[in-house]
Design a binder for this molecule. Structure first.
Ligand code: DGY
Length: 458
């Protein structure tokens, strides 16, 4: 199905996308959405900055600066930086995380105590390429390089116990793909029958269909259990590592780290810095992705559970995300493209789909309307679009871009979308006025080609 993006639609989308970002901008940072997400989120800030890069580079840089001002002394970059709108309803708020006063948390910063996928290396490099003010670019590269390096150092130091170049997440929120089926077995193993959980009240069920679209109560209880564990240990990484029942090597998280390493190496060279350490980290990470996570029979990269010491067979789009980075060989990439073209991800004439459901539609875990268990997400499509172009799959990349723009034009700037083309009620789900849907729409419109194609970076 070919969607034609007319000039009129494109211009309308652009104007509306800018309005969403302006509406969510509070003078210091851009909220992911007005009500559901009223603070600053880590990887959201990266994607949001990519949209500003085409329109207000100054704001793109300041978005990331605000985030990095909350970086902990050990290099950890928080998943949420809480704003000052204290009346804003969000759970868990900064009081629940209890990070204030923890050693190494910057004075005055209110943040959560976990991180998120490391998108900052490639975001900063893309901003640098797009910003016409080269004096500012130099200043910004000097500012961000040591900070992103410290974040990667944190990940390789505290999250890679086997020293194999594969870092683990210790909470599903760190993956960004909160209720992905990839976490099901590990979450199910957390037995809460004899645990007294701290009292809490969810704030994410305000929308009338939220109970059908958001993570479930059993997920939330475990999210809370993990936060409680971290705060009991005052965010001491060694103590947490010894006890945490959730430690997973996620192919998406690690691929974004590798892409960011690659860009950081380029930034470091531009700044005449010594980049040997980065090169070593990256070579090891790429090697282990292929040795440990590649699954030749499914044509996807799997995840690995460090607690149960088991491979988690991947049925989600995260298994194709290593295309964004120099991870697969061309031959592996061809195999991944075949997987992407299969009925579970690409649909069939009888079951037409929008590109690309986040969980295979033929997987038992697939739920077409529930958050990361099936719906299309614009950031996942944007990443895949980057990866497909890196390996020369132009036709598929074009389809992913057009489907994304079609969904946005038809339904608006929702958080996620039903992948079923012929579903009667198919629509956008979650919150509307979602910032990264707007920001990446601007990038999709401005750049017919991916970052990699435009700047020849390999
Ligand atoms: C939420 O609150 O749903 C977020 O995804 C956590 O980062």
């Amino acid at each position: 199905m070919t969607y034609s993006l007319t000039k009129k639609v494109r211009e309308k989308l652009e104007e509306e996308a800018r309005n969403v970002l302006d509406f969510n901008y509070n003078g210091r940072f851009t909220k992911p959405a007005p009500n559901l997400y009223p603070h600053q989120w880590n990887w959201d800030a990266g994607f949001i900055a990519l949209g500003y890069a085409h329109w207000q580079p100054e704001r793109a840089w300041s978005e990331l600066r605000h985030l990095f001002e909350a970086q902990w002394q050990n290099g950890m970059l928080p998943q949420i930086v809480f704003g000052t709108e204290w009346e804003a309803r969000y759970f868990p708020g900064s009081d629940f995380w209890q990070t204030q006063g923890v050693a190494g948390v910057p004075e005055g910063v209110q943040s959560s105590g976990i991180t998120m996928p490391p998108v900052h290396g490639f975001c900063v490099w893309q901003l640098a390429k797009l910003d016409p003010d080269k004096a500012r670019v130099q200043k910004m590269l000097h500012y961000f390089y040591p900070k992103i390096l410290a974040l990667h150092q944190y990940l390789y130091t505290f999250r890679d116990p086997n020293e194999e170049g594969l870092v683990y997440i210790r909470h599903p929120w760190e993956a960004g793909t909160d209720n992905s089926p990839l976490w099901d077995a590990a979450m199910a193993r957390i037995d809460l029958s004899a645990v007294s959980l701290p009292a809490y009240e969810r704030q994410d069920l305000q929308n009338s269909r939220a109970a059908e679209h958001r993570p479930q109560q059993a997920d939330y209880d475990r999210y809370v259990y993990l936060v409680d564990l971290f705060r009991k240990h005052a965010y001491n990484e060694a103590a947490i590592a010894a006890e945490c029942p959730f430690k997973i090597q996620d192919p998406l998280f690690n691929s974004l780290l590798i892409w960011s390493n690659e860009c950081l190496i380029d930034i470091g060279k531009t700044l005449k810095q010594e980049v040997t350490q980065l090169i070593e980290w990256n070579e090891l990470s790429i090697y282990s992705m292929n040795e440990k996570l590649w699954n030749e029979s499914t044509g996807l990269y799997d995840a690995y559970d460090l607690v149960s010491r088991e491979t988690i067979a991947c049925t989600t789009l995260s298994g194709l995300m290593p295309l964004v980075a120099p991870v697969p060989s061309q031959e592996q990439a061809e195999r991944m493209a075949q997987t992407l073209c299969s009925a579970g991800f690409w649909g069939t004439d009888a079951n037409p789909l929008y590109c690309v459901p986040t969980t295979r539609v033929d997987a038992t875990a697939y739920q077409p309307e529930r958050y990361w268990r099936g719906p299309v997400w614009i950031n996942a499509n944007w990443l895949l679009w980057q990866g497909l172009q890196r390996y020369g799959f132009e036709k598929m990349a074009k389809q992913v871009r057009l489907d994304s723009l079609e969904l946005l034009a038809r339904h608006g700037f929702f958080e996620y979308f039903d992948a079923r083309r012929d579903a009667q009620s198919a629509a956008g789900y979650g919150t509307d006025q979602f910032s990264w849907s707007a920001a990446l729409c601007l990038d999709f419109i401005a750049n017919k080609k991916s970052f990699h194609k435009l700047f020849n970076q390999r």
